[in-house]
Design a protein around this ligand. Structure first.
Ligand code: NAP
Length: 334
């Protein structure tokens, strides 16, 4: 497994990050794996050299963090691995759609202080390597958020800060506020980027590359859509539980031009003798991404992700994969 530095930091991460949203409880989403089904996957990821793991307090209402901590204690040395988690959404089986209750979501000072302690407890560790804001909070002054984040870094509970999907102007503003006040700045951006959704190429990706901020995109396979096992015209068809039940994927992708992207990907993958997934991850790694955050529900999927770090693509191949892309409305922000 190849490794790299996380943006401008000295932190070493594998070129593949394992997304822990797939592990927790199927009570949260029908396609989520329980502890017994998840364990061999995390163990294999570690054997393959993955040292970078991304969870969030909201995944499976906290159960993903519990399993992340448990598995990594079983299979890893704490000083070698990078645990990333997130704060913003309510920690509730209802997820983002949970009934509104005071101070249970967002990025106020109170919420951040409470959330980081709760995450540390669930993870069973005394620090989080990369603590990310899951979204922009329009209801809290950014000065309040950035100072609270700086304080949890200085308290030793968190090593580095990251952000996730938001507008580029919001990210630039947050970084500027931190700089002006001598507070800790974000070192990474976890945004929505894959062959079927490339809107981040307009503003956020050039901003991050200019500033040396690491790109760690989510849903690099468009929630499995790029694997080629979904069917046009029938959003309940598909070969796997996630293909049949992930209504977010059905809302985000599933347009004629997205299926055309999958066709181009499938044809090139066949000609190169690799899976769609390997080729889709390799494309991201050639686009300046530090580490795609992959979702894996079966063991061969991990091998196919690892293979992507060894696959070289020519400029012509990259252009062929990108040809015919049609812009999407911006999705995946708060
Ligand atoms: N910051 C955010 O807002 C945000 C949002 C979403 C996700 N995330 C993070 O990103 C991670 C990944 O998200 P994601 O699960 O949506 O990523 P993804 O990699 O786009 O999709 C993963 C799904 O693709 C399918 N798949 C994976 N490898 C495959 C292969 N080799 N062949 C065929 N199908 C394959 C699996 O579905 P099947 O079960 O159908 O096989 C798997 O569940 C999450 O775990 C989380 O850490 C963050």
């Amino acid at each position: 497994m190849k490794t790299t530095r996380l943006g401008n930091t000295g932190l070493t991460v594998s070129r593949i990050c394992l997304g822990m949203m797939t592990y927790g409880t199927p009570q949260w989403r029908p396609w989520v794996l329980d502890e017994a089904a998840s364990r061999p996957l995390v163990q294999r990821a570690v054997e393959l050299g993955i040292n970078f793991f991304d969870t969030a307090d909201m995944y499976s209402a906290g159960e993903s963090e519990v399993l992340t901590g448990k598995f990594l204690r079983e299979f890893c040395q704490r000083d070698e691995i990078v645990i990333a988690s997130k704060v913003y959404f309510p920690v509730d089986m209802g997820g983002a759609a949970a009934p509104e209750r005071p101070n249970r979501s967002g990025l106020s000072r109170k919420r951040i202080f409470h959330a980081v302690d709760a995450s540390l407890k669930r993870l069973g560790t005394d620090y989080i390597d990369l603590y990310q804001i899951h979204r922009w909070d329009p209801a809290t002054p950014i000065e309040e958020t950035m100072e609270a984040l700086h304080d949890i870094v200085k308290s030793g509970k968190v090593r580095y800060l990251g952000a996730s999907s938001m507008w580029a102007w919001q990210f630039a503003k947050a970084q500027q506020v931190a700089k002006e006040n001598g507070w800790t700045r974000f070192v990474s951006m976890q945004n929505h980027y894959n062959l079927a959704y490339r809107e981040e190429e307009r503003e956020m990706i050039p901003l991050c590359r200019d500033q040396g901020v690491a790109l760690v995109p989510w849903s690099p396979l468009a929630r499995g859509f790029l694997a080629g096992n979904r069917k046009t015209g029938d959003d309940k068809a598909g070969a796997t539980s996630r293909a049949q039940t992930d209504d977010i994927a059905q809302k985000y992708y599933y347009r004629a031009s997205d299926f055309a992207t999958v066709e181009r990907l499938t044809a090139m993958a066949a000609s190169k003798g690799v899976s769609n997934a390997t080729l889709a991850y390799a494309w991201l790694l050639h686009k300046g991404v530090t580490a795609p955050i992959i979702g894996a529900s079966k063991l061969p999927q991990l091998e196919q992700a690892a293979a992507a770090t060894e696959l070289a693509l020519s400029a012509e191949e990259i252009a062929t994969l990108e040809a015919g892309y049609e812009p999407h409305p911006v999705i995946g922000h708060a």
